[in-house]
Design a protein around this ligand. Structure first.
Ligand code: ATP
Ligand code: PAF
Ligand code: BAL
Length: 283
């Protein structure tokens, strides 16, 4: 069944109040739409862990530092609803812009530390926008659990920090990155890749996986990252915005693999900015 689409917070609140009164555990999957199998994996995790599932679809202007990126962000609400139909989603919440940010809206939620560097450097203000809208989505939905993808690892750390720091009554679950057969992480922005760039795209993950293996094998981090960087550009990427080894939890920069780590990257292919990250575990 295609899930009903609600636009108003008041309507969502009334529905969730009934669910909660009946003792249901409520899960939410926040998205910006243009759904793919990565999103569906979050929906399935929510379905398995909760009695009721809300998928939110809202392209949040506050997290876009680049107006062209916002303008070109793929939107496909009908297709999204059809994709969700077989997934047992109870409701789609797709509010209009002025429902989320009515006139007079003046609050900004800002998480320091984990939001600095990486995507925080390349997209100034991005994580303030994410933290602000995620705080609102949690308040609007009153969900017990929220599901986020590890593909956006830094975002996941920002959300975990936000929830811990503000004692928000919600449990965060991170879900593994879903990939194409050739290793490319599924992303809504992949739709904007032409055939030639789509063929080049998996070079990012390939180079990262090779670097991770080398680092675990004892090659100095700086050397392994330099080789990966060269391989990514040689494959046809226009530029690498960052390629860094960080501690998995606090995102501290690492020069040596002395704790569980994450290799994280953002790179530009044609006009499309792609991100990826993988685990790098000592010994
Ligand atoms: N390949 C994936 N595997 C697992 N989760 C994913 C994947 N891609 C996106 N997600 C998760 O889905 C949620 C919504 O993400 P979003 O709507 O921004 O999609 P997206 O594909 O990441 O789009 P883009 O990266 O192009 O903005 C986020 O929690 C994100 O981490
Ligand atoms: C979490 C999110 C839905 C907030 O707009 C967005 O950053 C995303 O899609 O990952
Ligand atoms: N997936 C993170 C949302 C964004 O790129 O803005």
């Amino acid at each position: 069944m295609t899930p009903p689409i609600l636009r108003r917070v008041a309507d969502l609140r009334a529905l969730v109040a009934d669910w909660r009164a009946a003792g249901a555990r409520v899960g939410v999957v926040p998205t910006m739409g243009a759904l793919h199998e990565g999103h569906l994996s979050l929906v399935r995790a929510a379905r398995a862990g909760c009695d009721r599932v809300i998928v939110t679809i809202f392209v949040n202007p506050k997290q876009f530092n680049n107006p062209a990126d916002l303008e070109k962000y793929p939107r496909s609400e009908e297709g999204d609803a059809a994709l969700l139909a077989p997934e047992g989603v109870d409701v789609i919440f797709a509010p209009a812009l002025d429902e989320v940010y009515p006139e007079g809206f003046s609050t900004k939620v800002s998480v320091s530390g984990v939001s600095e560097g990486l995507c925080g450097a390349g997209r100034p203000g991005h994580f303030d926008g994410v933290a602000t809208v995620v705080s609102k989505l949690f308040g609007m939905t009153r969900a017990d659990r929220a599901y986020f993808g590890e593909k956006d690892w830094q975002q996941l750390q920002v959300v975990r920090r936000l929830v811990a720091d503000l004692n928000l009554p919600i449990e965060i679950t991170g879900c593994a990155t879903v990939r194409e057969a050739d290793g490319l992480a599924l992303s809504s922005r992949n739709r904007r890749l032409g055939d030639a760039d789509r063929a080049i795209a998996p070079a990012l993950h390939r180079a990262m996986a090779a670097a991770a293996e080398e680092i675990v094998g004892g090659r100095p981090v700086a050397e392994a990252l330099d080789a990966a960087l060269q391989a990514i550009v040689a494959a046809g990427y226009a530029s690498v915005e960052y390629l860094e080894l960080r501690s998995a939890e606090g995102l501290a920069p690492l020069e040596r693999l002395d704790r569980p780590a994450r290799l994280l990257a953002a790179a530009h292919l044609g006009e499309v900015r792609l991100i990826d990250n993988i685990a790098v575990l000592p010994g």
